[in-house]
Design a protein around this ligand. Structure first.
Ligand code: ATP
Ligand code: MG
Length: 258
């Protein structure tokens, strides 16, 4: 049987003293396209960062390529991190570097490539996201969509085996959001990577049409494919996908009072 490239076993985590995720159990396999959905503040970014080794779990086990993040030495962690690419929400770009140097950064940091090899790879990545012409532009001079694309170009620079994208269509108008989704799906085909995307937009989740994980009440509900999600008999899933104000997801909130 295939072993998972990401595995979470009974994972719980607190942030700022609050329990955010509890007893999360999931597996991701090579070439999977996983979409993490949930309401704003439900813990999508926290979950994605835990999978990528950025945040440790308070309880439970998080394995990436069979290695448990928290047992690794700095050197082992560095070499595992080389196999993954992360586009953080709000992109976390270096504002003092132009687009070219933002993408070159991980290559200079993690490889011994020559400047000529780096140039080839940087231009490939910028081309893949349609930013070749903007290579000398600083991030703060770019539109939100361009910044998102630059974040993705930097995340794919090292040809990652697992690519994490945190809300890649956030803040984009519907046309640009559609273009972005299409570009990501094309990239996934070209780069042949395992893809984990966080979004609060159920239509995007269907568009990516891999396996969907819904975050609800601190737990992860695995919903299956887009069709399986739509046909789910779980009332939490139905409430989320239809955007109903009342239901089990909001049973303790103001929305359900009165
Ligand atoms: N570094 C942190 N310190 C303290 N609390 C945090 C931290 N990061 C996240 N949180 C809290 O954890 C909860 C989950 O946050 P997270 O950013 O994962 O939500 P999200 O589902 O990604 O939301 P959004 O759709 O708005 O991006 C929130 O209550 C947030 O305030
Ligand atoms: Mg988030």
């Amino acid at each position: 049987m295939k072993s998972p490239v990401l595995e979470l076993i009974k994972v719980s985590v607190h942030m700022g003293g609050e329990l955010i995720l509890e007893d999360v159990q999931l597996e991701v396999y090579q070439d999977d396209t996983i979409v993490i959905i949930g309401q704003s503040g439900s813990g999508k970014s926290v979950l994605l960062k835990m999978m990528a080794g950025v945040y440790p779990a308070d309880e439970g086990i998080i394995r990436c390529h069979g290695r448990e993040w928290k047992t690794l030495s700095d050197e082992e962690r560095h070499s595992l991190a080389r196999k993954i690419g992360v586009q953080f929400q709000k992109s976390a770009l270096f504002d003092n570097l132009d687009a070219y140097d933002n993408v070159a950064f991980p290559l200079r940091e993690h490889t011994s490539m020559s400047e000529a090899e780096i140039e080839t790879r940087v231009l490939e990545c910028l081309r893949a996201v349609g930013l070749e012409e903007a290579k000398h532009l600083a991030p703060h001079k770019m539109s939100g969509g361009m910044q998102q694309r630059l974040g993705i170009a930097r995340a794919i620079a090292l040809k990652p085996e697992i690519l994490f994208l945190d809300d890649p269509t956030a803040g984009l108008d519907p046309v640009n959001a559609d273009n972005m989704s299409e570009m990501i799906l094309n990239l996934k085909k070209e780069v042949k990577t395992t893809l984990v995307v966080a979004t609060h937009d159920i239509q995007r989740a269907y568009q990516f049409a891999g396996r969907i994980f819904l975050l609800a009440n601190k737990h992860v509900i695995e919903c299956g494919s887009a069709t399986e999600t739509q046909n789910s008999t779980d009332s939490r899933v139905q409430q989320f996908i239809h955007g109903w104000l009342k239901g089990p997801l909001t049973s303790n909130s103001e929305n359900n009072k009165g």
